[in-house]
Design a protein. Structure first.
Lengths: 438, 321
């Protein structure tokens, strides 16, 4: 096959997903309906107050905050795959960069909404700007998350510019207004050497800049907990502990997305077994680091069993949270590491299930970090109803917790319907480079 | 010299008219002045004089007729209360001393507090806890209000300056500003804060009240509430609600600067430093560096038994170890 034909095939393959089809409409209809139901639940919370949740004066942060931590965590993967691996010359990750960036942008943008859902007075959100205090970690968090969303948008958009031009050129069946949007957004891209150099340079600058910002968003999120004198939160390793945990969750999310894109968009030639194998190795690596931090986080206080820590740890190890705690460690961390050591398991289908287990485990891990600590304050919980002593999430609260997931799926689905999820021009460039080497 | 020049000068018609005018106006002014003077005198005799206190704390005496009643709008009242509430009382440093050897778990403090701040019965600004440090040490009752820390973790983490530390040492919460993030609840090691999860119980009755940050009434749905050291009572020179309500002489309240505290039951005023010195006063969890303004006297020589029925609850947080 000549180069011309190959280029032609790549372009056609990668642009094939950009069209409206029945399955997309059904899927979006389903997501839209589910979102409406969950949004109705939020309406109840707005009307009646947060009494619709299972929260109380002692466990005052529950599923919403666990959700927030999870969303910020998952969004870090954009930085790891597109920036860290890209800058260190790991070429295999290049076709996954845009998938990782879409996931990063969707999760980071929705994380901002998740925190608003947890507020008792969401209509006073602007107070954070009007009366903002720089000393509060919440203000740091809002600042860095906003910056990360902005940079992630740029990180997705700038390398996309040549592809937008290709979309404009090739997708002549689209209605004119849609093509004009592509034209407008491609900013008069002609593919001149000067333009190519500009894009390359700016992508590199953003890739370097996004690394500290991504580290900052999750470190600051961990400080929301570590900066309090609470047993189970008062830990100096929370920053790196959260960041490595974030890579575990994000890698799992990317693997799941890879599986569905490959299957639904017919991208078997672009997202290959090789990519799954590599992602499997990456997941093992980050999981091992996370396991090491987890061991430190529980092992060190458990050896000493200080009075205040003992209650908290025994609730986790043998008490009411033991089932969840050990399931999370086993199915979300230890077993996936062992399984992924085998090459047979680093194939698309087994990895889909492993990644799902890791991702679910990652969510409950946040729950385990956020909730049990509050059930064991320094002073005993007395003279309050039982519901204040043990946190039990309600149905309404669960629906409100699901809403952001639906929103993320909507964003990811829409984005991958309007832009090629693997960079067309980079794939072609890669092909040309390989040919030159031969 | 001409005849004309010798003749005594006669006023011309014009000049005459001018003079007449001056005399006329003069008479009129003079007359009015006299009239006004007499009138003024008359009024002066009748006038009722009143004393008024200016915003700058100056006492003035003026005629009652010169005063106008200032009808402030709700917003103006709120602004005034908010400013006053944030400033605190100059020159004061309020402290509380809780004598654990006296507390018999009467819970009159809790009732008075809930009543004053319109709280639900299951939520507390002050909570009497059943405490036991270890299995072999005696159990005792411990009232626990907000510790009004000098290094308050709650104030540090608040993103909007809704909870704040005043110059007189009191930590307040402004529920007109609170966004309901509950970071302060998470940060407080003394579990001193509560949240209005639902519509507050007296929200209908309190609808027309202007919000007083020193009382935190009316309570608002979706905001945090906490012990205020009864800042509204303290401003009037009275003892806090809980302190006055105690039948057992548990509480002392006063000013560190004056080195005096007053017992809410006996109304006896004693030296603050000496009270701590003589009875081994201490603060809760000093290792956290929060510097509480609430001091405790140990449960030494209690003249009452710790009730048997409360023993399991007191031992609960000791675990099975």
């Amino acid at each position: 096959m000549s180069d011309q034909l190959k280029t032609e095939k790549i372009t056609t393959d990668l642009l094939r997903s950009i069209r409206l089809n029945k399955s997309f409409l059904i899927w979006m209809g389903f997501l839209g309906l589910a979102f409406l139901i969950c949004f109705g639940a939020y309406g109840l919370q707005l009307k009646n107050g947060m009494v619709v949740t299972g929260l109380g004066d002692y466990v005052s942060w529950g599923m919403y905050i666990s959700n927030f931590v999870f969303f910020v965590a998952t969004s870090l993967i954009g930085m790891l795959i597109s920036a860290a691996l890209g800058l260190s010359g790991q070429k295999w990750a290049a076709p996954l960069a845009r998938i990782a960036e879409i996931i990063a942008l969707a999760f980071a943008a929705v994380a901002g909404l998740v925190i608003v859902m947890d507020m008792g007075r969401p209509e006073r959100l602007l107070n954070v700007i009007i009366h903002g205090r720089i000393q509060s970690p919440i203000v740091w968090d809002m600042t860095v998350v906003t910056v990360y969303v902005l940079i992630s948008t740029l990180f997705l958009y700038i390398p996309l510019i040549p592809d937008l031009k290709i979309c404009y050129d090739r997708l002549d069946k689209l209605p004119p207004f849609a093509r004009n949007i592509y034209k407008l957004l491609s900013l008069n891209w002609t593919g001149s050497p000067a333009q190519k150099k500009l894009i390359k340079q700016s992508t590199r600058v953003i890739a370097i800049f996004i690394i500290p910002v991504a580290l900052a968003i999750h470190t600051v999120t961990s400080w929301l907990f570590a900066n309090t004198s609470r047993v189970g939160w008062d830990s100096t390793i929370f920053g790196p502990y959260f960041v490595t945990g974030a890579f575990v969750a994000g890698s799992a999310a990317v693997i799941i997305a890879m599986y569905f894109y490959r299957k639904n968009y017919g991208l078997k030639d672009y997202i290959t077994d090789y990519h799954f194998d590599k992602m499997g190795q990456l997941l093992v690596l980050v999981s091992l680091i996370y396991l090491y931090f987890t061991l430190n986080e529980y092992m060190v206080p458990a050896y000493k069993m200080k009075t205040s820590e003992a209650l908290h740890l025994s609730a986790l190890f043998t008490g009411i949270h033991a089932g969840l705690f050990w399931s999370v460690q086993l199915f979300g961390l230890v077993l996936p590491i062992i399984l992924l050591l085998f090459k047979k398991m680093r194939k698309p289908l087994p990895m889909l299930f492993i990644a799902l287990a890791v991702l679910i485990g990652a969510w409950f891990k946040r729950y385990i970090i956020v909730v049990p600590t509050q059930e064991h304050p320094y002073l005993p919980i007395q003279n309050v109803p039982l519901s204040f002593k043990i946190y039990t999430p309600t149905l309404v609260e669960t629906l409100i917790t699901i809403a952001p997931f639906i929103l993320v799926l909507i964003i990811i689905t829409v984005l991958s319907k309007v832009i090629p999820i693997i960079s067309v021009h980079e794939t072609i460039e890669q092909l040309e480079e390989n040919n030159q080497k031969d | 010299m001409s005849e004309k020049e010798k003749k005594p000068r006669k006023k011309s018609r014009r000049e005459f008219l001018q003079d007449l005018g001056i005399v006329g106006v003069g008479t009129l002014i003079g007359g009015s002045a006299i009239f006004a003077g007499i009138n003024y005198d008359k009024r002066k005799k009748q006038a009722e004089r009143v004393k008024v206190l200016t915003a700058e704390n100056e006492l003035l005496e003026i005629e009652k007729s010169d005063t106008t009643k200032v009808i402030k709008s709700k917003l103006e009242n709120l602004t005034y209360l908010q400013k006053e509430g944030r400033d605190g009382i100059a020159g004061r440093r309020f402290v509380m001393v809780i004598d654990l050897s006296k507390c018999r778990n009467a819970r009159k403090c809790m009732a008075a507090c809930n009543n004053a701040h319109h709280l639900r019965p299951e939520q507390h600004h002050i909570n009497v806890l059943k405490m036991q440090e270890s299995h072999d040490t005696p159990a005792y009752y411990m009232p626990k209000p907000c510790q009004h820390c000098d290094n308050p973790p709650c104030v540090a983490v608040c993103p909007v300056d809704a909870t704040f530390k005043r110059q007189d040492g009191i930590v307040l919460i402004d529920n007109e500003r609170c966004i309901g993030c509950r970071f302060c609840i998470a940060a407080c090691p003394y579990s001193a804060r509560i949240f209005n999860w639902a519509e507050p119980i007296k929200s209908v009755e309190d609808e027309d009240l202007t919000y007083n940050v020193e009382l935190n009434v009316p309570q608002r749905k979706g905001t945090v509430s906490k012990c205020l050291f009864s800042a509204d009572r303290v401003r009037e020179g009275k003892l806090p609600y809980c302190v006055s309500a105690c039948p057992n002489g548990v509480y002392y309240f006063g000013d560190e600067n004056e080195d005096t505290v007053t017992n809410g039951t006996t109304k006896e005023t004693v030296r603050f430093k000496k009270l701590l010195e003589d009875n081994g006063g201490y603060t809760l969890m000093p290792e956290l560096g929060t510097h509480p303004r609430v001091y405790y006297l140990p449960p030494k020589g209690k003249d009452y038994p710790f009730q048997d029925k409360d023993k399991p609850e007191a031992a609960e947080h000791l675990g099975n170890s």
